[in-house]
Design a protein around this ligand. Structure first.
Ligand code: SAJ
Length: 419
C-alpha cells in the first residue's frame, strides 16, 4: 500500500517514518526543500526522542522518500499546520494548498485523512473543494449521525474522506502515536470505517468512529479542556501572589481531595496546539465564553511575570538577568508560541538589563533575540553571573542547580521547580 504524507513536521514526519517501519511505501511531501533534502539524507532538525533513529532507518530501507511534489497513492495523510491569523481567525491556507496539491493525484478508492487540527465544518469544506477541482470523482456528502446504529454504511462516493486528529504529546510522540486511542470522523460512515481499517494496521490504541464534525470538535475540546484547567491554576497563582501564599503548596494540598486535580501554573501557555486550538472554538461560537476567558487568562500570564522582573530589576543599577529556558515546555526544543521566548524578547527590547539565556536544547539564540544586551550561555555561567534568576522552563537540567548559590540571588521561579 502506498501512502502519501503531506507536511513533514512534528506530526507528519513521525507518522511517515512509523508507516515506513511498518512496511508501507511512504512518499513524504513538504514545501521546504532543505527539509526534504535532509530527510532524504536520513537527517532531521526536529528534536524528538528516537525520531532521528526511526527516520534514518525508514530512509535507509527505501520505504520513505521525501519530495516537494506528491505522487499517486492509496492513502493521503494531510498533516500541515493550521495556525491563526490576526484576530484569532483560523488560517486554513496551508490546508487548502495541500488539498489542491493532492487533488490531481486522486483516483477512485483513495482514502484522504486530515490529521491537522481544524475548525468545525472544515472536513465538509475540504470535500467540497476537492469536488470542485475533480468533477470526475464523487465525494460523499457529510451526514451527521447520533449513534452508529442510525447511519447506513452504504457507500455513496468513490473517495473516502475523514478527519483523524492527532493527539500525541511532544516529547513522547512515537510512543503516543502507537498507543493512543484515535477518534476518526468520516464525511460518511463508509469513510469512517475505511479510516479505522487503515489506522488499525499500524497503531495499538483503539479507533472510535464518529462523524467529521464531532471529531473536529473532539480534538478542539481536548486542548480547550487542558487550557481551561491550566488557566484555573494560573488564576490561582495570581490570587496567591496577592496574599503571599505559596501556590505550589496550595495546589499540592488541594489535590489531596479525592476529586480535585489542579494542574500547574506557569509563565503562560505555549506550543502550537493548546495556545491556538481553543481559539477555533471561540471564533466559531459566541457561547464559548469560558474557553475565551481561559485563553485570555493564560495569554496575560507572561505580562505578569514581566512586571515582576521589572520590579525586581529596578533595585539594581543595571542587573544581569539569567533567564533559564526558551522552549514552550520542559525537555523539548520547540519554541513556537513560547511564553518564555515572549518574556525574554520583551526584556531584551525594553533593555531591562543584560540578559543571559540558558537553553540546553538550542545551539544559538533565535533571530527574534538579536541584541548587544543578550547572550546564550551555559547554566553555570548564568547562575554565577546573574543578579536575578528567572526560571521559565522546568527543563530537567535546571533541577540540579545548587540551591545554596540560589540563596544569594533574586529568584523568580515561574514553574515551581525550586519550590
Ligand atoms: N502547561 C502548564 N501547566 C500544566 C501543563 C502544561 O502551564 O500543568 C503548559 C506547558 O508548559 C506548555 C503548554 O501548557 O506551555 C502546553 O503543554 P502541554 O504539555 O499541556 O501540551 P502540548 O501542547 O505539548 O500538547 C497538547 C496535548 N493535548 C492535551 O494534552 C489535551 C497533546 O496530546 C496534543 O496532541 C497536542 O497538544 C496537539 O498537537 O494538539
Amino acid at each position: 500500500m502506498k501512502v502519501c504524507v503531506v507536511g513533514l513536521g512534528y506530526i507528519g514526519l513521525p507518522t511517515a517514518s512509523l508507516l515506513a517501519a511498518k512496511g508501507f511505501n511512504v512518499y513524504g511531501v513538504d514545501i521546504n526543500i532543505d527539509h526534504v533534502e535532509s530527510i532524504n539524507r536520513g537527517q532531521i532538525t526536529i528534536v524528538e526522542p528516537d525520531l532521528d533513529v526511526l527516520v534514518r532507518a525508514a530512509v535507509q530501507s527505501g520505504k520513505l522518500t521525501a519530495s516537494i511534489e506528491p505522487q499517486a497513492a492509496d492513502v493521503f495523510i494531510i498533516a500541515v499546520p493550521t495556525p491563526f491569523k490576526d484576530g484569532h481567525a483560523p488560517d486554513l491556507s496551508y490546508l487548502e494548498r495541500a488539498v489542491m496539491v493532492i487533488a490531481p493525484q486522486l483516483t477512485t478508492g483513495n482514502l484522504i485523512l486530515l490529521e491537522s487540527t481544524i475548525p468545525i465544518g472544515t472536513t465538509e469544506k475540504v470535500g467540497g473543494l476537492i469536488q470542485s477541482i475533480r468533477a470526475d470523482l464523487k465525494l460523499p456528502q457529510f451526514k451527521p449521525w447520533l449513534s452508529s446504529r442510525t447511519n447506513s454504511v452504504e457507500q455513496e462516493g468513490n473517495i473516502y474522506l475523514a478527519h483523524c486528529p492527532e493527539r500525541v504529546l511532544p516529547g513522547q510522540i512515537l510512543k503516543e502515536l502507537i498507543d493512543n486511542d484515535r477518534v476518526v470522523g468520516g464525511l460518511d460512515r463508509a469513510s469512517g470505517l475505511k479510516a479505522k481499517w487503515f489506522y488499525e494496521k499500524f497503531i495499538n490504541g483503539k479507533v472510535f468512529i464518529t462523524d467529521a464534525r464531532t471529531a473536529e470538535l473532539c480534538k478542539l475540546s481536548e486542548n480547550a479542556y487542558r487550557d481551561v484547567n491550566i488557566a484555573f491554576a494560573n488564576e490561582l497563582s495570581m490570587v496567591c501572589e496577592e496574599f503571599t501564599i505559596n501556590v505550589w503548596e496550595l495546589i499540592e494540598l488541594t489535590n489531596r481531595h479525592p476529586r480535585v486535580n489542579i494542574l500547574q501554573p506557569g509563565p503562560g501557555v505555549g506550543g502550537h496546539c493548546i495556545a491556538v486550538d481553543p481559539w477555533f472554538i471561540v471564533h466559531s461560537s459566541p457561547d464559548a465564553r469560558l474557553i475565551r476567558t481561559a485563553r485570555e487568562v493564560n495569554d496575560a500570564k507572561p505580562e505578569r511575570v514581566l512586571s515582576k522582573i521589572r520590579q525586581k530589576a529596578s533595585r539594581f543599577i543595571r542587573p544581569i538577568i539569567g533567564c533559564l529556558g526558551l522552549a514552550f515546555k520542559a525537555d523539548v526544543g520547540d519554541m513556537r508560541e513560547s511564553p518564555a521566548l515572549r518574556i525574554v524578547s520583551q526584556l531584551v527590547e525594553e533593555n531591562v538589563g543584560n540578559v543571559l539565556v540558558v537553553e540546553p536544547h538550542a545551539d544559538e539564540l533565535p533571530i527574534a533575540l538579536a541584541g548587544e544586551n543578550v547572550k546564550l550561555v551555559d547554566l553555570e555561567t548564568a547562575v554565577i553571573k546573574a543578579d536575578i534568576i528567572v526560571l521559565l522552563v522546568d527543563h530537567r537540567e535546571f533541577q540540579e542547580i545548587d540551591r545554596e548559590v540560589l540563596k544569594e540571588k533574586v529568584v523568580i521561579d515561574t514553574r515551581g521547580l525550586w519550590r
